[in-house]
Each structure stands twice: as structure tokens, then as C-alpha cells.
Design a binder for this molecule. Structure first.
Ligand code: VGL
Ligand code: ZN
Length: 224
């Protein structure tokens, strides 16, 4: 097993470990709480840690409730053959979700079990009412950057490790976007959990293979 020891040009990105994505939350990811201790322990090995927070305004485009006849411009959502509720938007198909991570609500808070006091940045994403952002780097329109790549480059960080929620959405999209932007990207598989809709895990793994995102286990992270 290859050992990976974090250096000063590495960062750990802890994706969306918020109350709404953990058991009891509005969009709970099964097993999300089980990865908390491992994430805290991995984070203690990194000098640079960045946390992300899904941070939507009320009436966000990704909320199914927004499209239930309440918003005049909204198109009718469609159910895919796999049972995914999607909306056709100017930027492509958008999955629809229960209302979650609404700015300023308890569900949007980082989970209190997260113990990473040395995290330098909390990056919020998904703020535009009409564009979702699964990726911490690039919104779902594939052209609106969040600014995170510039932050990391300015700090001389070249290699990124990813953990958190959800493996097949925000973790996956972030790792793939980072690889496309020229960062070495590594997903710590056992420190992530998937929402797992139809083929989303398979598609995520295919995208990792295609863009050169590595998948490791947290046991491979050793002190340098
Ligand atoms: C996420 C669905 C909707 C995630 C965020 O953090 O993976 N998934 N918003
Ligand atoms: Zn969201």
C-alpha cells in the first residue's frame, strides 16, 4: 500500500459536513456520522484544511419545493427512468432535492462533532439562486468559479485530499473539478459516504478514472 504523508503543499478539503447531510438532517446521507471521527483525525495531520459549506438562499433552484407551481418561470421537473427528479435548466439537468442548507438555519451549520479548529477557510457555495454548485471550485454551469482555485494557488498548494459528503455529488464534483484545474486530487474513500441515486457512484468512479483522481483509504495517510 502506498503511504501518503501530508506536506506543506497539501491541503485536506472537508466537504459539506453539515447538520442537514448527517442523520436527522433534511438531506441525510446514510452513515455520514460514522466518518466524523476519521475526518477529525485525518485533519489533525494536515497543516492546511479547508471546510466547505453548502449555503443556499431560500427558493434555491435545486429545491424541489421551488418548482411546485410557486415560481412562475420555473419549468416542470421531470422524473428520469431511474427515478431521479430533475429540472432542465439553461446549464443542463439539475437534480432536485428537499430544502437543505438554507443560509443561516441550523441545518446549514457545520456539524458540532467536527473538531478542526485549525481550518483556515470555510468556503460557501451554492449561493446563486439560479445556479447550483456541487463543486467547491466551479458552479454547475461549468463557468462560474468560486475562487477556491485562486486561493489554493496563491498559497502554493498543489495536492488536494478530499473527504466528506456526499461522495457521488459534492466530493466527486469537487475532486474532478480540481483535477481538471491541474491539482493532484485524491479522494479518501472511507472518509466519504454516497447519496447513491441510480448510477451516481458508478458515474463518479468513472469520472475519477477519466480525470486521474486517485482513491485511497485513510489508513494510507501517515505522518511525514
Ligand atoms: C450535496 C446534494 C445537494 C452534497 C449538496 O453536498 O453532496 N448534494 N446539495
Ligand atoms: Zn445543495
Amino acid at each position: 500500500m502506498t503511504a501518503w504523508s501530508p506536506t506543506s503543499t497539501d491541503a485536506l478539503l472537508v466537504i459539506d459536513m453539515q447538520r442537514d447531510f448527517l442523520p436527522g438532517g433534511a438531506l441525510a446521507v446514510s452513515g455520514g456520522d460514522a466518518i466524523l471521527p476519521g475526518i477529525n483525525s485525518a485533519a489533525s495531520r494536515f497543516e492546511h484544511v479547508i471546510l466547505t459549506q453548502d449555503w443556499h438562499p431560500r427558493g434555491h433552484i435545486s429545491f424541489a419545493s421551488t418548482h411546485q407551481g410557486r415560481v412562475p418561470w420555473a419549468q416542470t421537473p421531470a422524473l428520469t427512468p431511474e427515478g431521479r427528479l430533475i429540472l432542465h435548466t439553461p446549464y443542463g439537468a439539475q437534480d432536485l432535492w428537499p430544502d437543505h442548507c438554507v443560509q443561516g438555519t441550523a441545518g446549514a451549520e457545520l456539524h458540532p462533532g467536527l473538531a478542526i479548529p485549525h481550518a483556515a477557510l470555510i468556503l460557501r457555495k451554492g449561493l446563486h439562486p439560479e445556479i447550483d454548485s456541487y463543486s467547491a471550485f466551479m458552479e454547475n454551469d461549468h463557468k462560474t468559479p468560486t475562487g477556491l482555485a485562486g486561493y489554493l494557488r496563491e498559497r502554493g498548494i498543489t495536492r488536494l485530499f478530499f473527504c466528506g459528503l456526499a461522495y457521488d455529488f459534492c466530493v466527486g464534483f469537487s475532486a474532478v473539478a480540481a483535477a481538471r484545474l491541474g491539482f493532484e486530487s485524491i479522494v479518501i474513500e472511507d472518509l466519504a459516504r454516497a447519496i447513491d441515486l441510480s448510477n451516481t457512484v458508478r458515474d463518479t468512479n468513472a469520472a475519477f478514472a477519466e480525470t486521474g483522481v486517485a482513491r485511497i483509504r485513510s489508513a494510507a495517510l501517515i505522518e511525514g
